[in-house]
Design a protein around this ligand. Structure first.
Ligand code: GAP
Length: 434
């Protein structure tokens, strides 16, 4: 299975999904840059998430808060005090290890040098705002997007007057000085989160928690992840974050083992209570049905964009024997595929064929993500599109010049159909919508 991870890393680099960050300088450990196909896949994942969680519901509103926040936010949220890993340093090679990962707590797993006692290591990235670098200007890069939504709770109430239950959704960067990043984009120090803060009456919190777990479990499988590769895992009391009363992870069966894709937590009224106290603002919600002021509980589905992209890539990756050849196909859901249609001329030395193919591609581009490619023989062009998950290839050949029909090839079945150029757009758009 580790072999599978190598195949994914190799495909990502070969085809332009994900590159090592700062590559020409030898990289910067555990940073990754999304290439032309990677950015499309990532944007499609975020778009699909936003569509399900914001556009298709009446009780959700979107937000985009600043990454840099008043440092009091992180005191109130408990991150300054509680957001740390226990680590030990090797006295010889100076490497740092997470206490929980060490089998032998006294010897360095790499050079067998002596390890220090375990010490707390805060995971928040620190920086300084403005020209003077001193304690007074210390600020943090946010380690979760969630707090941007809590601190805007009053602004949302005053501007949009929502009724309980309602939620806020946000997609954005978060930063954590992880001690042991790794497995491509699975654990990095800079990553993106897709988070929802759903405000409910306290007595409804348990029920809503279960609802969100089901909804989000189904979201992954509706977008093509095989159900046998997904599972739910409830946290034990010793695993819960400092703010959570309950949490269930949705896990994916990655090549390196079952690991968290998303956590869905009951944060109770912890955050609103803390921010009321620290800001001195009354963050209670006036329930005009029950005529009372309450601090709502918060149900928080919190997923990682980069992990989700990795799970979709891994699940879609397949190899098939076709005659004597190995076909690598990314069987991505059509909504996630970076390119929807590739238009390919069978013979690039025939100007009429090239012209017709270019005209078809130009027209399709107005309606979907279409590309034109004539840089190789047709077999190679198909293989290239299979590897990046393009659901349909349209081939223009000599016959097309006479009968104005083209060949449409389906990525998964490799079935080919002749379709008239005049109905091609409707045909493809219907298939892509269905
Ligand atoms: N607001 C709650 C929160 O941040 P979390 O479980 O620490 O909860 C939520 O993070 C999600 O963010 C995780 O399920 C994971 O998908 C993603 N995530 C967390 N740390 C990450 C990292 N270092 N690299 C990539 N993704 C990460």
């Amino acid at each position: 299975m580790a072999d599978m991870m190598d195949k994914i890393v190799s495909l990502c680099k070969r085809r332009g999904f994900i590159f090592q960050g700062s590559d020409i300088y030898g990289g910067l450990a555990n940073t990754w840059d999304y290439g032309p196909y990677g950015v499309e896949l990532k944007n499609n994942v975020k778009r699909a998430w936003w569509k399900t969680n914001v556009y298709e519901r009446d009780d959700m509103l979107g937000m985009d808060a600043a990454i840099l926040m008043n440092p009091k936010v992180w005191e109130a949220s408990g991150h300054v005090k509680n957001f740390f890993d226990l680590k030990r340093d090797c006295k010889s090679c100076k490497k740092r290890f997470k206490d929980a990962d060490l089998k032998d707590k006294s010897k360095c797993p790499e050079c067998r040098g002596e390890l220090t006692e375990s010490r707390p290591f805060n995971l928040m990235f620190e920086t300084h705002q403005g020209a003077v670098i001193d304690e007074a200007n210390l600020i943090y890069l946010r380690p979760e997007t969630a707090q941007g939504m809590f601190v805007n709770f009053l602004n949302i109430l005053d501007s949009r007057h929502p009724k309980l239950p309602f939620g806020l959704a946000q997609v954005g960067k978060a930063f954590r000085n992880e001690i042991t990043p790794g497995n491509l984009t699975f654990r990095t120090r800079e990553f993106e989160q897709m988070e929802i803060e759903y405000f409910v009456r306290p007595e409804n919190a348990d029920k809503k928690l279960q609802e969100w777990i089901e909804l989000h479990f189904n979201w992954y499988s509706d977008l093509g992840i095989k159900r046998e590769n997904l599972r739910k895992r409830a946290h034990g009391p010793d695993e819960l974050a400092h703010y959570a009363k309950a949490c269930t992870d949705i896990e994916y069966n990655f090549p390196f083992g079952w690991s968290e894709l998303e956590g869905i937590a009951n944060r109770t009224d912890f955050d609103l209570k803390q921010h009321s106290q620290y800001s001195g603002k009354d963050l209670r919600f006036f329930d005009d049905v029950k005529k009372e002021k309450i601090l709502p509980y918060i149900i928080e589905p919190s997923g990682g964009v980069d992990r989700t992209v990795l799970a979709f890539l891994t699940d879609a990756y397949s190899e098939e024997k076709v005659k004597d050849d190995l076909r690598v196909v990314l069987k991505l859901h059509k909504d996630l595929a970076p390119v929807k249609v590739a238009v390919l001329p069978l013979l690039k030395n025939r100007p009429e064929i090239v012209e017709m193919a270019r005209a078809i591609s130009k027209d399709l581009k107005k309606h979907t993500v279409a590309v034109y490619d004539d840089t190789a023989a047709i077999g190679k062009l198909y293989r290239r599109q299979d590897e990046v998950g393009t659901p349909f290839c349209v081939t223009v050949d000599v016959q097309s010049l006479q009968d104005r029909q083209v060949t449409v090839r389906d990525r998964d079945s490799m079935q080919q159909e002749r379709i008239s150029v005049d109905s091609l757009k409707e045909y493809l758009l219907q298939k892509l919508a269905g």
